[in-house]
Design a protein around this ligand. Structure first.
Ligand code: MRU
Length: 338
């Protein structure tokens, strides 16, 4: 099944909190249920949040319809709460906006607009993934590649069947161009270990998990040809917000002269924000750091930082690839140490 879909008046979604050990499906019938699912990361990943936002407005339009008329102000209030459920991935607000644009034509039109967002999501991500695969092939040595990825930018992070950064990996694997993928486990919530390795195993692509802190040294040892990641927001100047740890990967990749490629749909580009420092970075519960999968690993009262994302300056990114354009490739700032 798709990560996310609409069925009989409800959003059906794979519960990403319990993967890889349970493959369980959520059936969300209200905006409240959807917001809760988004905030606990049962539905996550920027493109998937865009589609969820659009379907959420369809849920609101149905909930707020009585006797053939709907309460437009109430739908707009629901839509605003939904759009603010997570602040960093601009796709969520974008998807809500796409569906709201059809509101004056009624709930069925809103649902049709949301279905359109879902169909486009798959098309856009497939195109971006194919173009990124072409670019990586040009930039990297002519042999099967060792790719490093962070978090999960696969089918689970979209409403499609392919993903963005992991979509490029799938594409390269189909062309016989992948030796192995290094999967950062991605603390604190382990999207790499739990989700990316699950997707790669299902696709039969060789991969090895690594703790996040291993990445720089794997680069230094010459075990990484290219870093490929997704994005949650790309500002007008090309700065990129993505899962915490991405910035460190970009610094290391620049230092070692390794291409750093970002793959995302255009809906992740926020032309209204001039630069990355204007992006709101979601700060999550400290317990996510103090615990691993619910198990305490630090004193219960330890203070913790838990920013869910970081911002990588454009100068450290070799190229950003969307379905419509390639920003780059540029020579990144940094040394070329061995
Ligand atoms: O907190 P998450 O799991 O929603 O964070 C997801 C990421 O950072 C992904 O890399 C990003 O959304 C791109 S997904 C194609």
């Amino acid at each position: 099944m798709r990560t996310l879909d609409w069925e009989d008046g409800a959003i059906v979604a794979i519960d990403q909190c319990v993967l890889p050990h349970q493959e369980s499906v959520l059936r969300l019938r209200t905006v409240e249920e959807l917001i809760a699912a988004i905030q606990r990361l049962a539905i996550r990943g920027a493109p998937a949040l865009g589609v969820a936002g659009a379907f959420g407005v369809a849920l609101a339009a149905r909930q707020r319809t009585q006797g053939g008329t709907f309460d437009e102000a109430a739908v707009r209030a629901d839509a605003e709460r939904l759009a603010s459920a997570r602040p960093t991935a601009v796709n969520l607000r974008w998807g809500v906006g796409q569906a709201l644009a059809a509101l004056s034509d009624g709930p069925d039109a809103v649902l049709a607009a949301a279905r359109q967002v879902m169909a486009e999501d798959d098309r856009m991500n497939r195109q971006a993934a194919a173009d990124a695969a072409d670019l990586i092939t040009k930039l990297c040595p002519d042999r099967p590649l060792r790719l490093l990825t962070h978090c999960n930018a696969g089918a689970l992070a979209t409403a499609g069947t392919r993903g963005t950064a992991l979509g490029a990996v799938f594409e390269l694997a189909e062309r016989g161009r992948v030796e192995y993928v290094i999967v950062d486990e991605t603390r604190p919530l382990l999207q790499g270990a739990r989700l990316t390795s699950w997707e790669l195993r299902r696709a039969g692509i060789p991969h090895r998990l690594a703790v996040d802190s291993a990445a720089a040294s794997l680069m230094r040892r010459g075990l990484v040809d290219c870093v490929v990641v997704g994005a949650d927001r790309i500002t007008a100047n090309g700065d990129v917000a993505n899962k915490i740890g991405t910035y460190g990967l970009a610094v290391s990749a620049a230092h070692h002269g390794i291409p750093m490629i970002v793959v995302a749909p255009e809906s992740t580009v926020d032309e209204d924000l001039a630069a990355g420092e204007l992006i709101e970075v979601e700060e999550r519960d400290a317990d996510e750091v103090r615990r691993v999968l619910g198990m305490p690993v630090a004193p219960e009262t330890a203070e913790a930082f838990n920013p869910a994302f970081d911002v990588t300056p454009a100068a450290l990114i070799t190229a950003v690839v969307t379905e419509a354009r390639i920003m780059g490739p540029r020579t990144v700032a940094g040394g070329n140490a061995g």
